[in-house]
Design a protein around this ligand. Structure first.
Ligand code: SF4
Length: 307
């Protein structure tokens, strides 16, 4: 639980606050941007203003339970006990999560510290739901997802974001999918192992696209030729652009550029990453131009270094 005694002085006065255990993962700022912002001096999140609407308060509550380090707190209002206030905020968060951001597409919240607060996504589909990357296997989230139809497939974009995959498998009986390049002792038992770099159709509406580079076994998932789940391969920057991160490329920048070039063959208008912000283009052609811009920027970054 966030500690009032460790509340950062930069927080706006009032109910919600961030304490000094924040690891700057950015998840809360994407979820509740009106309420939470980055304090550049601290390199941590702070509450820049208290929620002003019911929607803002619901998102702040969702950020509170989603924070991977439990760094967000809610102070009890005058006359209320801390326990009762905490239960009220938790109830509000559970009424909010998973958060539907497009028809049948949900932001899960409940991020895991081991994946540095990576976002997991739920796709609801008649042929069986897909969980993209692993949120914390928190009982309230599992219950909510089971009410939405459970999880048939757990698609793991790369080895950094597998978190509680084994618990999801045990609880939901889902088939886990991971590229061989990122299988290790923890994930050696996954049910379906992707190979090579060629896209693989998993179902009529689902295509796995290996995108080695960030890690050796990174893979994206394309749903309905519209939504591309990218792990840490490609992300929005929150300022209307896509980007790839040279400083967080763990395997090969040259491979990541080649993987990005192969994405030009695909049709999609949304990018839904593990870290970073979601990004939406007005058309597949516009998205292609933006990806091409990222590729050019990546190649400039290569100058002077070997990928
Ligand atoms: S979600 Fe938690 S750890 Fe991540 S930036 Fe927000 S307060 Fe910090």
């Amino acid at each position: 639980m966030a500690s009032p005694a460790r509340r950062l002085g930069e927080n706006a006065p009032g109910e919600f606050f961030v304490d000094d255990s924040c690891i700057d993962c950015d998840l809360c700022r994407g979820l509740a941007p009106e309420v939470v912002a980055r304090d550049e001096g601290k390199g941590q999140s702070v509450v820049r203003r208290q929620p002003g609407t019911g929607e803002e308060r619901a998102r702040a509550a969702a950020a509170l339970v989603s924070c991977p380090t439990a760094s967000i707190g809610a102070a009890a209002p005058a006359g209320a006990t801390a326990g009762a206030a905490g239960r009220g905020v938790a109830r509000l968060a559970l009424d909010t999560l998973p958060l539907e951001i497009a028809p049948d597409l949900y932001f899960c919240g409940f991020a895991a510290r081991v994946s540095f607060g990576a976002t997991a996504w739920l796709i609801r589909r008649p042929a069986g739901n897909v969980l993209v990357d692993s949120p914390r296997a928190a009982a309230p989230l599992i219950d909510r997802i089971e009410k939405l139809g459970g999880v048939r497939t757990l698609f793991l974009t790369h080895g950094d974001d597998v978190a509680d995959h084994a618990q999801w498998r045990r609880r939901c009986g889902c088939e886990r999918v991971l590229h061989r390049g990122d299988c290790d002792a923890d994930t050696a038992g996954v049910e379906r192992v992707l190979e090579g770099t060629a896209p693989l159709r998993l179902a009529e509406d689902l295509v796995a696209i290996p995108v080695p580079g960030h890690t050796r076994g990174s893979a994206a998932l394309l749903w309905r030729d519209t939504y591309l789940f990218t792990g840490d391969h490609l992300a929005g920057n929150g300022e209307g652009r896509l980007e790839a991160w040279f400083d967080y490329c763990w395997c090969s920048w040259a491979d990541q550029i080649r993987s990005m070039e192969r994405l030009l063959d695909q049709e999609f208008t949304w990018v839904l990453p593990g870290h970073g912000r979601s990004y939406r283009a007005s058309s597949a052609a516009t998205m292609r131009m933006e990806v091409a811009r990222v590729i050019a920027a990546m190649k400039r970054e290569t100058v002077g270094v070997s990928g």
